[in-house]
Design a protein around this ligand. Structure first.
Ligand SMILES: Cc1ncc(COP(=O)(O)O)c(C=O)c1O
Length: 415
């Protein structure tokens, strides 16, 4: 009989197999210094394009003050226990009320982490009689939540309403047989390629089919719609979203997340979401800090304006210079290039060491083999100078890529 760890030690997985070459540089890098448009990597200043601090709140002095004061007053432990048992405070409730009001829903429920919250919410919302229909390009938290489902599930082609309709027909047939309902899940903003989900068109299908909609708006919250109220506002269809989800890990520059919807549904989640029932509640500095951040998002529209000034400058600059940024219509800015893992390593090394640009690279298995995405996240802390320097660097990088220089360098790196 084999030892359980034999396989794990031999086969480290599609990313893990690169660990000895990549760790500390390409994966698990250490960005140092205050969170901002320019930070330190390996002792050198780099322009940072991989931090989801869209509105620049992470290091805002007013935010740091509130976080610090809350930590001084309550420590990092209070309140202890799960919300249901002993970990509940009036500030958790206040944050829920304010989140709900901001996204114009009746009620909201806080969760400790977006990923775990989404997995657990999906698990709570459906029984084996229900059918889930979800976008093929959904974030891992949706995919993993669906994995827990004991009933039928269908994916539809990414943002393809015809494909969704086809799958809703199949789902409807099954739900009629089982006596269950249908849950449709999409992202508000697809975080890898930056396309908005076609939320309005999804909701329009409610005229033809009977289903409920859950939207993961991790990247839309704070960045889209009036005052940053999210993708539902951007597309003027917020009312049709039955359950709205956003994390605090991006525009809110913190930790935590929330679900918002009608009172009955939110109360159901409060009493049935295992990730919250069996886990300690959010510590007070996160809660008080989130209240401050939400207030700033609500009252400081200039943060979102500055963000979009940078987004527009970066995206138009890249397009004018012939870069393929796909179909993004959000802040997420992907730059599509061709190459394999060795090229990706040489290219990223060159950008970081010689051009002082730090951005994330996405490769197989996250996207198909032979494709690379440099993923840039503009924030309100960036400057037009950052944009200019980045585009100049990218032009130099493309020349080397076209000449095959990274192919040769990369081959030597992985040897
Ligand atoms: C679309 C999407 N959903 C959920 C999450 C998970 O949120 P959290 O970091 O709060 O766990 C993320 C990213 O982190 C995300 O991009």
């Amino acid at each position: 009989m084999k030892d359980l760890f034999d396989r794990i030690i031999k086969d480290k997985g599609p990313l893990g197999k690169w660990a000895s070459k990549a760790e500390g540089y390409y994966v698990f890098p250490k960005l140092e210094g205050p969170i901002s448009n320019r930070m330190k990597f390996n002792g050198k200043e780099v322009i940072t394009w991989s931090i989801n601090d869209y509105l620049g709140l992470a290091n805002h002095p007013d935010v740091i003050k509130v976080d610090g004061e809350a930590a001084m007053e309550y420590g990092m432990a209070y309140p202890m226990g799960a919300r249901m048992m002993s970990g509940h405070t009036k500030f958790h409730e206040q944050l829920e009320r304010e989140c709900a009001a901001f996204v114009t829903k009746k009620a909201a429920y806080l969760v400790n982490f977006g990923y775990q919250g989404m997995v657990s919410a999906i698990d709570a919302l459906v029984t084996k009689n229900d059918v889930i229909v979800y976008d093929m390009d959904s974030h891992a938290c949706i995919v993993d939540g669906v994995r827990l489902h004991h009933g039928k599930r269908f994916t539809y082609k990414h943002n393809d309403i015809e494909s969704l309709e086809l799958n809703l027909e199949r789902a409807t047939k099954i739900a009629k047989e089982t006596g269950g309902g249908i849950l449709v899940i999409s992202e508000g903003v697809f975080g890898m390629r930056g396309e908005q989900g076609k939320i309005k068109e999804i909701i329009a299908l409610k005229k033809k089919f009977n289903f409920r909609v859950l939207i993961d708006d991790a990247h839309g919250f704070g960045t889209l719609g009036k005052n940053g109220r999210g993708t539902g506002f951007e597309q003027e269809c917020q009312d049709g979203i039955d359950i709205y989800f956003a994390t605090f890990a991006k525009s809110m520059a913190g930790i935590g997340a929330f679900f918002a919807g009608d009172k009955d549904v939110i109360q159901y989640l409060q009493y049935n979401m295992r990730s919250q029932m069996f886990a300690k509640s959010l510590p007070m500095p996160m809660v008080k800090g989130a209240l401050k951040r939400l207030d700033m998002i609500r009252t400081m529209p200039e943060l979102k304006e500055k963000l979009w000034k940078n987004v527009n400058a970066l995206q138009s600059g890249l397009k004018e210079n012939g870069f393929n940024i796909g179909n993004t219509n959000t802040c997420v800015t992907p730059v599509f290039l061709k190459g394999e893992v060795p090229e990706a390593m040489a290219l990223v090394h060159d950008l970081r060491e010689n051009h002082h640009i730090f951005c994330s690279i996405v490769i197989y298995p996250v996207i198909p083999k032979g494709l690379m995405i440099l993923r840039l996240i503009p924030t309100a802390t960036h400057t037009l100078q950052d944009v200019e320097e980045t585009i100049t660097a990218f032009k130099a990088m493309r020349e080397k890529l076209d000449k095959g220089i990274y192919t040769r360098v990369g081959a030597a790196m992985v040897r």
